[in-house]
Design a protein. Sequence first.
Length: 147
Amino acid sequence: MNYKDVLIFFIVLTLIGLIGFLALSWLALGPCFIPALLGLDHFILAKGEGWSMYPTIMDDDYLIVDTTPEDLKVGDIIVYVHDGELIGHRIIKITKAGYIVKGDNNQAPDPWIVKREQIIGEVEHIIHNTLYKWIAELWFERYEVAG
């Protein structure tokens, strides 16, 4: 093999690796892949802790959270701050005072109203798979979320 052949080999190998990484990223990030790739939205990666959102979100699942949600509605899962802790729960009612939220696995709604300024963002995608979690960590900054 001469120098030119080795160079072509490494270029092809690099392109295959890049295409493979982008394909796995697309699978891991789901609907967040294109906006993340193009920088259209700002996302963070949150790690779910607890069982209040079971079976939708399980302990140690990763949540891709859009920190610039446009229109929150009943049924959306949000991440918000309460007493210095990040919590991920579903919106069950919207009032003039704020949002009533509840964990899917909880019997009753949270005993407080969530104000708009407490909301970090909306959960756009949930990752259960270990390989996909590793890939998501390459794309986004990670935080811990109680649930």
